[in-house]
Design a protein around this ligand. Structure first.
Ligand SMILES: Cc1cc2nc3c(=O)[nH]c(=O)nc-3n(C[C@H](O)[C@H](O)[C@H](O)COP(=O)(O)OP(=O)(O)OC[C@H]3O[C@@H](n4cnc5c(N)ncnc54)[C@H](O)[C@@H]3O)c2cc1C
Length: 363
C-alpha cells in the first residue's frame, strides 16, 4: 500500500482523498489539518460550483446529486448597484439554471467529510515542515510515499517545490455577518436579494451575499495599503465609505460585531515548478488568486480530482501528468483574477462591472 499524505482538509485535499477512496485505489490516505475539528472555526461564505470544474469534481466524487439537493440555484442572482443605491443591473437566474449554484463553504466541507472513510482526517495536526518525513508542530513525525500540499495560501509544502510567496494585491476585504436578516432587516434582505449584490465605486466596493439559513455575509472591499489601521472597527470602516448612501452602508451598521480583515493575496502568475517525484501542490497552495476569478475553490476541487485520477492510473508517477494539466489552466484563471480585481476595485468603478454584467445579460 502506498501512503498518501494530504496536508489540508479544504476543498482541494478532501476532494483528492474522496476520489482516491471512491476508486478503491491502493493508497492509504491520511489528511492532516491544523483545525481542532470540522467546526473549529467559521468556514466563511458561500461558493458557487461551476459546471466543468467544481461540478466535474463533485461528479467524480459521486457527490453531485447530494450537492444539488443542498445547493441554491437562486443564489446565482446578481444585483449591481450605484453607490447612491440605484439599481444598475439585475440578473435573475432561471429556475432550471444549474450552471453555478451556491453552497455554503461549511456545508461543502461537511458533504466531503461525510463521504470519507472514518479516521481519514487527523485534526489538530499542523504541519511545520517536510524534511524527508512530515514534521508536525508537536514534534511528531510521519513518513509518506506521496506528499500533497493542499494547505492553502501559506503552504508549508510549497518550499519543497518553489520559493514563491503570496504578495498583497492592493485590496483588502473586511468581512462581516448579518444573521437572521429576513426578520431583523427586511429592507437589507431585499437589497441583497436571493443571491449577491455589489456596489463598486471609486476604488471600493460593498458586496453582500446570501448564505444558507437566513445569513447574509458582507465584504467591504477597498484599495488601501497593507495593514491600514482600524478597518475592523465599524466607525472607522464606515468613514471609508462616507460618500455611499446610507441604504448601502446600513449593511455595515446592522452587522454583528466581529469584523474580519482579509488582505487579498495572490501568487505570481504563472506559478510553476520543476517536477519533484512524490510531492505536489493543489488549490490555493499552487495558484492562490484573488476571489475575482470566482474559481479558486472550483479549481482546487478539479485539481484534487485530476490528481486522484492520475494517481489511480499511473501510481505516484501520475503527479507529472496532473501538473501538466493544472499549470496551464491555473495560469489562465489567475491572469483573469488579477485583471478582475484591477477592474472591479478601480478608480473608474463601476464602469467595468457594468460592461461585464451587460455582457452576461446578453449571453
Ligand atoms: C473572500 C473570498 C471569497 C471567495 N469566493 C470564492 C467563490 O465564490 N468561488 C470560488 O471558487 N472560490 C472563492 N474563493 C477562493 C476559495 O476560498 C479558495 O480558492 C479555496 O478555499 C481553496 O481551497 P484549498 O483547499 O486549496 O485551500 P483552503 O480552503 O485554504 O484549505 C486549506 C486547509 O489547509 C489547512 N492548513 C493550512 N496550513 C496547514 C498546516 N500547516 N498544517 C495542516 N493543515 C493546514 C487549513 O486549516 C485548511 O483547512 C474565495 C476566497 C475569498 C478570500
Amino acid at each position: 500500500m502506498t501512503t498518501l499524505a494530504v496536508i489540508g482538509a479544504g476543498p482541494a485535499g478532501l476532494t483528492l482523498a474522496r476520489v482516491v477512496q471512491r476508486l478503491d485505489a491502493p493508497f492509504d490516505v491520511v489528511v492532516l489539518d491544523r483545525d481542532r475539528g470540522p467546526d473549529d472555526r467559521p468556514q466563511g461564505g458561500t461558493l458557487d460550483m461551476h459546471v466543468g470544474s467544481g461540478q466535474t469534481a463533485l461528479e467524480r466524487a459521486g457527490l453531485l446529486d447530494v450537492f444539488h439537493a443542498v445547493a441554491r440555484p437562486e443564489g446565482q442572482d446578481m444585483r449591481l448597484l450605484a453607490h447612491t443605491g440605484e439599481a444598475l443591473v439585475e440578473l435573475v437566474a432561471a429556475p432550471d439554471d444549474t450552471a453555478n449554484p451556491e453552497i455554503d463553504r461549511g456545508d461543502l466541507r461537511a458533504l466531503l467529510l461525510d463521504s470519507l472513510r472514518p479516521g481519514t482526517v487527523r485534526w489538530n495536526a499542523r504541519l511545520d515542515r517536510v524534511d524527508g518525513d512530515l514534521v508536525l508542530d508537536d514534534g511528531s513525525r510521519l513518513a509518506a510515499d506521496v506528499v500533497v500540499g493542499a494547505d492553502g495560501a501559506w503552504s508549508r509544502v510549497r518550499p519543497l517545490l518553489s520559493p514563491a510567496q503570496p504578495a498583497y494585491s492592493g485590496v483588502t476585504f473586511v468581512e462581516f455577518r448579518l444573521p437572521g436578516i429576513d426578520v431583523r432587516r427586511p429592507d437589507l434582505a431585499a437589497l441583497v436579494g436571493r443571491g449577491s449584490m455589489s456596489a463598486p465605486y471609486a476604488n471600493r466596493s460593498l458586496i453582500a451575499q446570501r448564505n444558507a439559513r437566513g445569513v447574509v455575509r458582507g465584504y467591504a472591499a477597498l484599495r488601501c495599503p497593507l495593514g491600514t489601521p482600524g478597518l475592523d472597527d465599524r466607525t472607522t470602516l464606515l468613514a471609508h465609505f462616507a460618500d455611499y448612501d446610507d441604504a448601502l452602508t446600513d449593511l455595515v451598521r446592522a452587522a454583528d460585531d466581529g469584523f474580519v480583515v482579509r488582505p487579498i493575496m495572490a501568487l505570481d502568475v504563472p506559478h510553476v515548478w520543476e517536477h519533484v517525484p512524490g510531492v505536489t501542490l493543489l488549490g490555493d497552495a499552487a495558484h492562490l488568486m484573488s476571489p475575482f476569478s470566482g474559481l479558486g475553490a472550483n479549481l482546487a476541487m478539479l485539481d484534487g480530482s485530476d490528481l486522484a485520477l492520475a494517481l489511480v492510473e499511473h501510481g505516484p508517477e501520475g503527479i507529472a501528468a496532473y501538473e501538466d494539466l493544472m499549470f496551464p489552466r491555473s495560469e489562465v484563471a489567475a491572469r483573469g483574477a488579477a485583471e478582475g480585481i484591477a477592474n472591479a476595485i478601480a478608480p473608474d468603478a463601476p464602469a467595468h462591472s457594468l460592461r461585464h454584467l451587460a455582457r452576461l445579460q446578453e449571453a
